[in-house]
Design a protein around this ligand. Structure first.
Ligand code: LRH
Ligand code: MN
Length: 431
């Protein structure tokens, strides 16, 4: 029998803090009413928010220096889904999982689909992997994949992406994310223009294989693992390619894929205005692609990104249907706890962005009153909406305090018993 956190246990644990949350909620209701905001509207917004969990995020991540595996690591895609189901049970905003192929390649996709839906889970965007060489692979991706000078390597990489789409069709996914590590470590190693031409040639073949109701997400990244030049290095290159490919191609923004201090919320506004925003890989970082927990380092930036998203949502921006996903690497925390905390921080930023007085903001902008404009944003960002988030989770059958309830459940200890660590045997993932 596989241990699962049951609903009664969650309800029982919620008893511990219900009274305090109700009191704080009523206090916040009065505070918001003074600003002509109905707290129930914000609860509905919180309940409506959805973000997908990365299958590769429930195993312990690492760096090139070391990986410190935790207890009860998932050893295959089924155990990864068990952990995703535990997260969904407690935070209620993560009903979808984004798979990575071949790490999660199912022997039987129909069986995997049934296993997932039995736990209330569905599948979000698929992810291909031509940044590692896989067992039995004919050609190496050492010097690139979709942009490799050798056509047979490009064909192999295209075929892999088509296989991801085929698996995704069986699993009910509706999008495919293509991130490639292609680039160079030395000046002169790559011809920048020819490499991009080869990329588009390969992507046209992948685009042609997309079902009518699918989208392809181009994920840019300014460096790593290539340390001199990266073919799809920034949003401009990604946007050009999405335009070239067609209406089903969009630009995915992974927050960690930008140089420090880049104004990411402005890139988001641009991609919204150009009708090419695919969505996000949410995480946080201080230096490089650190893949830290969303909202843990730069919560104000996360809020400003959601301020652009909510402005577009309320303004019914054209072609605006962003896919929200987490993409993190949990090197020293319990991945389940980090993913729950990150999901909560995304709902927080989304609800705070819905609390922005947009009429007053527009007036301040039109009156060239920068300080008032900032103050209006800061008022929303500094409003503690935690009672709204807790009530929204509880009304959906989740936990008032997901971390505390998870720890009380002993889920990790149970999984440590069910999943005895075998030296060297872990679910395939980043490291
Ligand atoms: C690349 C990336 C990409 C995934 C990988 C796991 O840095 O963000 O989205 O394929 O991480
Ligand atoms: Mn990513």
């Amino acid at each position: 029998m596989h241990f699962e956190i049951d609903d009664d246990f969650i309800t029982e644990q919620n008893q511990h803090s219900r009274a305090a949350v109700d009191e704080d909620f009523e206090h916040l209701r009065k505070q918001l009413r003074r600003q002509h905001v109905d707290i129930e509207d914000l609860v509905k917004k919180a309940e409506s928010f959805r973000v997908a969990v990365p299958s590769w995020g429930v195993g312990t991540g690492g760096t090139r220096f070391a990986r410190f595996p935790g207890e009860g690591e998932p050893r295959d895609v089924y155990e990864k889904l068990e952990d995703c189901a535990a997260i969904f049970k407690l935070v209620r905003s993560t009903p979808a999982v984004s798979l990575h192929i071949p790490w999660d390649k199912p022997d039987d996709a129909t069986k995997l689909m049934a296993f997932a839906s039995a736990r209330g889970l569905s599948f979000d965007a698929m992810n291909s992997n031509t940044f590692q060489d896989h067992p039995g692979q004919k050609h190496s991706y050492k010097f690139g994949s979709l942009t490799h000078p050798d056509k047979s390597v490009r064909d192999q990489a295209v075929a892999h992406n088509l296989e991801c789409i085929e698996i995704g069709k069986t699993l009910g996914a509706k999008a495919h994310t293509v991130w490639i590590a292609d680039g160079g470590n030395f000046p002169g190693q790559q011809h920048f223009r020819r490499a991009l031409e080869r990329y588009l040639e390969s992507m046209h073949d992948i685009y042609a294989a997309l079902p009518d109701d699918w989208r392809v997400f181009i994920e840019h990244k300014f460096y790593e693992p290539a340390f001199y030049s990266t073919v799809i290095n920034d949003w401009g290159t990604s946007y050009y390619c999405a335009r070239e490919l067609g209406p089903k191609a969009f630009c995915l923004v992974d927050l960690g894929h930008h140089a420090p201090n880049v104004n990411i919320e402005m890139i988001v506004a641009r991609l919204i205005q150009f009708g090419k925003l695919a969505g996000f890989h949410f995480n946080d970082s201080k230096y490089g692609d650190d893949d830290l927990d969303a909202g843990s380092i730069k919560p104000f930036q996360l809020f400003l990104i959601f301020n652009e998203l909510v402005d577009a949502e309320l303004g019914q921006a054209a072609n605006f249907n962003p896919a929200y996903m987490l993409d993190q690497s949990h090197n020293i925390t319990d991945p389940i706890e980090s993913l729950m905390m990150s999901a909560v921080e995304l709902v927080r930023a989304y609800v705070q962005a819905h609390f922005v007085d947009r009429d007053a903001l527009m007036e301040a902008q039109d009156n060239c009153d920068p300080l008032l404009a900032l103050a209006i944003l800061k008022q929303a960002f500094t409003t503690d909406v935690s009672p709204i988030l807790a009530v929204a989770r509880t009304r959906a059958g989740g936990a008032i305090d997901p971390i505390r309830t998870y720890r009380q459940s002993g889920y990790r200890r149970h999984k440590a018993e069910e999943r005895p660590t075998q030296k060297g045997v872990t679910a395939s993932g980043i490291v």
